[in-house]
Design a binder for this molecule. Structure first.
Ligand SMILES: [Zn+2]
Length: 100
């Protein structure tokens, strides 16, 4: 694990579940991916931390959680236009990772 990446992730995750976060860190290989397609999410999850757009529709959340867990919301990027990875609607950027 690359130590100097920790503060970066800490900045991204202003609001996260500590346990999930630490669990994901164990599998974090120092890589952060940007993913815009649901069918690619499975490949990225487990290889690092993935940034995705996600709206607040429960069905969309359920769909992405088949591949892993939402670790937190990128509050710094709230105003950035991001599309939901599932439905394509206006979304918030979230940080996603695979937990075991
Ligand atoms: Zn959606």
């Amino acid at each position: 694990m690359s130590e100097n990446l920790i503060p970066i992730i800490g900045e991204i995750l202003n609001n996260y579940d500590r346990e999930l976060y630490e669990e994901a860190w164990k599998n974090f290989n120092g890589k952060i991916f940007d993913c815009e397609r649901l069918n690619e999410l499975k490949n990225f999850a487990g290889r690092g931390i993935v940034k995705i757009g996600l709206c607040n529709n429960e069905k969309c959340v359920e769909e992405v959680e088949k591949c892993g867990s939402v670790l937190g919301v990128n509050e710094n990027n709230k105003n950035e236009r991001k599309k939901c990875i599932v439905c394509g609607k206006k979304a918030t950027e979230v940080v996603f990772g695979k937990t075991y």
